[in-house]
Design a protein around this ligand. Structure first.
Ligand code: BG6
Length: 477
């Protein structure tokens, strides 16, 4: 048995990491435009340092991204040349509503994405569109504190409705929030949250989570009403937790840490707060404000499919002293002695992808979509911009083999696979350009220098062959 004929092969980008042109054609500022490079980036991302304006002391790579706003149509030609069946991208909310909740949408923003979607369709490429990829209008952060306020729900749903209506017939696959569980780990990035001294962060984050979950369910409702063809997915920052040893305490920690992430998807896919979450709210005295009807909304409008990103697994222990050797930067994790790491310390685990697919299938019994996976690595181009990226090919090949086994041997219902950063783009965690994922090299460096020229890497033709053979032809040369 092979992958299904209609398997959606492609790649993914996000508006804030690629488009640039942040104030062009009426666009408003978004939270992620304000993430600087350097030591303050994480403090801003965590909501511990307020940065709602640009200043001269910092460099903000999202301002220009990879200039995709001006190069979209040429870039789509490259994706088409690789034979993409699907292209995952996000709409920038503030191109459509510059303040998030303006009375009328910005026609230039709507027009821009219409042109992009039509160009994709012309090449037979299915758009897969994220409504909010780490994207909160700054105006709404200033007025309401971002997702700490219920005001966000109506604004988000109106934005969603506007684009569902406008792009009816052009876009069928939608994701409501990118990596929704990142809200707990980088609250400014996920929800535009900025904390004041002494505030109860957990309370604010779970309240924001409730609003996002209601907004996601209401958007799902609208999407189906506007076009029954629409398919809506949730999106998890995936990668399960392994117990460091077979001590029961380590296994218990692994379950608890998995639950922290699955919490969101449990609600979005199963339509109800899981009991372990209700117990947590009770135990930690979290007082989540819910309006009458909220729980019915969650129950009535679950997502159609579950999507996730997968870069690595994590290893955890029930004992603090085991964390002496940690790895990764976002999730507290112990170095797994059985896995190799990338240059950025992310542990490479193709079999983990197969296991994750099985776990998600068992838990949700819905179609699954891998919407991010790939290797962030330093590339050294020759004078023509060509990169011999065998390391990237090897990484992707091993992950493809793993998901093929999940489909062919375990029976996972997998809709498709989009590699992250099919064109090099700005890294979300660090703001670096030097952490490259693409099949296409983009001439731009960490200081903001370069021509933005695009050139094909070795992996470009390799991935083209993979797609043309529906994943049968994976050899390096
Ligand atoms: C995911 C995000 O967290 O991982 C992307 O959805 C991000 O936006 C990707 O770029 C890879 O992370 P990074 O930090 O290497 O860009």
């Amino acid at each position: 048995m092979a992958l299904p004929k209609n398997f959606l092969w492609g790649g993914a980008t996000a508006a804030n990491q690629a488009e640039g042109a942040v104030l062009e054609d009426g666009r408003g500022l978004s939270n992620v435009d304000l993430l600087p490079v350097g030591k303050n980036r994480m403090r801003v991302a965590l909501g511990d340092l307020e940065m709602l304006e640009w200043d001269d002391a910092h460099y903000y790579p999202a301002k220009e991204g990879i200039d995709m706003y001006h190069r979209y149509l040429d870039d789509i030609e490259l994706l088409a040349e690789m034979g993409f069946k699907v292209y995952r991208m996000s709409i920038s909310w503030t191109r459509i509503f510059p303040n998030g909740d303006d009375k009328i949408p910005n026609e230039k923003g709507l027009q821009f994405y219409e042109t992009v979607f039509k160009a994709l369709r012309k090449h037979g490429i299915e758009p897969l569109v994220t409504l909010a990829h780490f994207d909160v209008p700054v105006s709404m952060i200033k007025r309401f504190g971002g997702w700490r306020s219920r005001e966000m729900v109506d604004a988000y749903v109106r934005y969603a409705e506007t684009v569902f209506i406008r792009y009816k017939g052009l876009v069928k696959y939608w994701l409501t929030f990118n990596e929704i569980n990142i809200l707990l780990h980088q609250p400014f990035v996920g929800g535009g949250l900025i904390f004041k001294e002494g505030e109860d962060k957990t309370q604010i984050k779970y309240q924001a989570a409730h609003y996002q979950l209601v907004a996601s369910a209401l958007a799902t409702k609208k999407a189906h009403e506007i076009d029954p063809e629409n398919q809506i997915g949730c999106m998890l920052a995936g990668g399960m937790h392994y117990p460091y040893s077979c001590r029961p305490e380590d296994y218990q920690e692994a379950i608890n840490r998995d639950r922290e992430n699955y919490f969101f998807i449990d609600v979005q896919a199963q339509g109800a707060y899981p009991r372990y979450a209700l117990k947590k709210f009770e135990r930690e005295k979290l007082d989540i404000q819910m309006e009458d009807g909220d729980l019915e909304i969650l129950a009535k409008y679950p997502v159609d499919f579950v999507s996730f990103s997968f870069y690595s697994s994590r290893t955890v222990s029930g004992f603090e002293e085991d964390y002496a050797q940690t790895t990764g930067n976002l999730f507290k994790s112990i170095k797994n002695p059985h896995l190799k790491s990338t240059e950025w310390g992310w542990q490479i685990d193709p079999l983990g992808l197969r296991n994750a697919l099985n776990q998600l299938t068992d838990r949700y019994r819905k179609p699954i979509f891998i919407v991010e996976n790939g290797l962030g690595a330093v590339d050294t181009p020759d004078e023509n911009g060509y990169v011999e990226d065998d390391y990237r090919i090897d990484y992707i090949k091993r992950h493809i083999e793993a998901f093929k086994a999940a489909v062919e041997e375990d029976g996972v219902d997998l809709m498709g696979y989009t590699t992250w950063g099919c064109l090099d783009l700005v890294a979300a965690s660090t703001g670096q350009m030097s952490k490259r994922y693409g099949f296409v090299y983009v001439d731009r460096d960490d200081q903001g220098k370069g021509t933005f020229n695009r050139s094909k890497k070795k992996s470009f033709n390799w991935y083209k062959k993979v797609i043309a053979s529906n994943g049968e032809e994976l050899s390096l040369n």
